[in-house]
Design a protein around this ligand. Structure first.
Ligand SMILES: Cc1cc2nc3c(=O)[nH]c(=O)nc-3n(C[C@H](O)[C@H](O)[C@H](O)COP(=O)(O)OP(=O)(O)OC[C@H]3O[C@@H](n4cnc5c(N)ncnc54)[C@H](O)[C@@H]3O)c2cc1C
Length: 469
């Protein structure tokens, strides 16, 4: 039986980063991947495809230029599935090539097949021809990610009723779209298709959504979406979906409404992809959503030589955090000291418009009884915003009244997911309001909004408090 120092199950961001880290420590590493090609959900159906779709939609629709040339401005009048698929194919091919090369360069062996445990240190891998090969390892990392959650009664058909994996497989522009679930994935697709002029109805059983984001930002977001004609049915549950005689689904809501649409995207949750792993063979069990519990510092499971990282361990379920978790797991497994991770990581929501956030929001500051002041900058107040024709977008900074330290950054609008990193650095380095006031920013930039927002907060900070700090 072939033996390895580390076997990684899954080649998404967590598995890939762990494998490369262990290889750099001169360990013999094997990555097992159930798909034909490496990359995981992140490359094949999640992060990269949805962001490529977004970029294509914004470019072809002329979205970014509409502030200047008017809301009827279009770069391409008829946008079809082929337009979306072309860029998608090229980007994915490139991403996979880069990953395959990275594994090769680092001497990481990859095998294609579905892995299952046969013991705490052994795995069988079943390949596409149903041939099984057994491998053993000192350490094992489970980085199998998630699959879409399919509740009973939703008639998924791969054409009109889709989950978030299927919608990207053969992309098309529907005549109308119902999105069920206002989580990050649902919100991203709803707003991308709405930017392509598709009439979109978003259904969410709760009255609120994206509750980890600052409420003022969400209120702004909801206003922007309603203003451009998106229908939002918050506090409404789906009773059933029926397929009409013409093949179009009809979504029945519990409040009696029925919505006929060309396409329904069911985006209300994902579950850990642990079903095939035979975890009882190695002494592990999962929760009701197929997820594994780990030590949050080392990513060890209840069986100490077996680690788990990425979406299979739950929140925050981001490619960015999954990579770091994989790297830390590999460092711990092979005795490399792990410096404490920076306290704050950013959250990016690639909706149209983008939202990004790091640190505390106003609600948290209030709950924790921290005295704070808020500074706001609207992108249209910056010269760069004028040049770009932006008529929406805002940055909100939260500062401690007592220490003047930056507590949180919340951005909605163009470039939010890039701009956030300035705030993240200041936050993790324990910077204060004074940094933004004293620093020189490139001009004209959207980043200047940091200065504008800091000055806005400074104007309201009590003078005595400011001096004391
Ligand atoms: C639509 C969508 C958009 C997203 N957008 C973003 C974003 O903008 N930014 C961001 O940071 N994150 C985003 N995410 C989340 C991101 O994709 C995930 O956090 C990330 O992919 C998780 O990485 P992972 O390493 O846990 O595994 P995954 O990427 O989920 O990969 C796991 C791999 O394991 C394989 N596998 C499973 N079981 C087995 C088995 N038994 N044997 C062998 N192989 C197996 C699977 O085939 C899969 O390839 C998005 C997700 C979705 C669905």
């Amino acid at each position: 039986m072939e033996h390895h120092d580390l076997i990684v199950i899954g080649s998404g961001p967590a598995g890939r980063r762990a494998a490369v880290q262990a290889a750099k420590l001169d360990r013999k590493v094997l990555v097992v991947e159930g798909r034909r090609r490496v990359g995981g959900v992140s490359v094949h159906t999640g992060t990269i495809p949805s962001k490529t779709l977004r970029e294509t939609a914004l470019n072809l629709s002329g979205w970014r230029e509409r502030g200047f040339y008017g809301s009827s401005y279009r770069v391409k009048k008829e946008i079809c599935g082929e337009d979306l698929g072309m860029r998608l194919g090229k980007t994915l091919e490139h991403e996979v090539d880069v990953l395959e090369h990275q594994f090769q360069r680092n001497n990481v062996r990859t095998v294609a097949g579905v892995a299952r445990f046969t013991g705490p240190h052994t795995l069988k891998v079943c390949d596409i021809d149903n041939a099984e090969t057994e491998f053993s390892a000192d350490k094992i990392l489970i980085a199998v990610g998630t699959v879409p959650f399919h509740p009973e009664g939703i008639p998924f058909d791969g054409k009109h009723v889709l989950d978030s994996d299927a919608i990207i497989e053969v992309p098309r522009v529907p005549r109308s779209l119902v999105v069920i679930g206002a989580g990050v994935i649902g919100i991203e697709y709803a707003t991308i298709f709405s930017a392509l002029d598709v009439p979109v109805t978003l259904i969410e059983p709760r009255q609120t959504f994206l509750d980890f984001i600052d409420r003022e930002i969400i209120n702004d977001f909801v206003h922007i979406l309603r203003d451009r004609g998106m229908t939002m049915r918050l506090g409404c549950s789906v009773e059933k979906i029926e397929i009409g005689a013409d093949g179009w689904p009809v979504t029945w809501l519990t409040d009696g409404r029925r919505i006929r649409s060309d396409m329904v995207l069911y985006a209300a949750g994902r579950k850990g992809a642990t079903a095939a792993l035979d975890l009882e063979q190695c002494g592990l069990a999962v929760d009701h959503r197929g997820r594994l519990g780990v030590d949050p510092a080392t990513f060890q499971t209840a069986v100490p030589h077996i680690y788990a990282a990425g979406d299979v361990i739950g929140f925050p379920s981001l490619a960015s955090t999954s990579m770091e978790q994989g790297r830390i797991a590999a460092c711990h497994a092979f005795g490399l000291p792990i410096p404490p991770a920076p306290k704050y990581f950013p959250y990016g929501i690639y909706a149209v418009p983008e939202i990004s956030t790091v640190g505390m929001n106003e609600e948290e500051a209030r709950e924790r009884k921290i005295g704070y002041e808020v500074g706001i900058a609207r992108f249209r107040e910056t010269s760069r915003g004028h040049i770009m024709g932006l008529n929406s977008g805002m940055m909100k900074l939260i500062f401690s009244l007592k220490t003047r330290r930056l507590l949180g950054v919340h951005i909605i609008g163009e470039g939010a997911t890039e701009l956030i990193h300035i705030g993240q650095a200041v936050l993790n380095l324990k910077g204060t309001l004074d940094y933004f006031i004293e620093a020189t920013f490139n001009y004209p930039t959207l980043a200047e909004a940091y200065k504008v927002a800091a000055l806005d907060a400074w104007n309201r900070m009590p003078a005595m408090e400011a001096k004391r700090a």
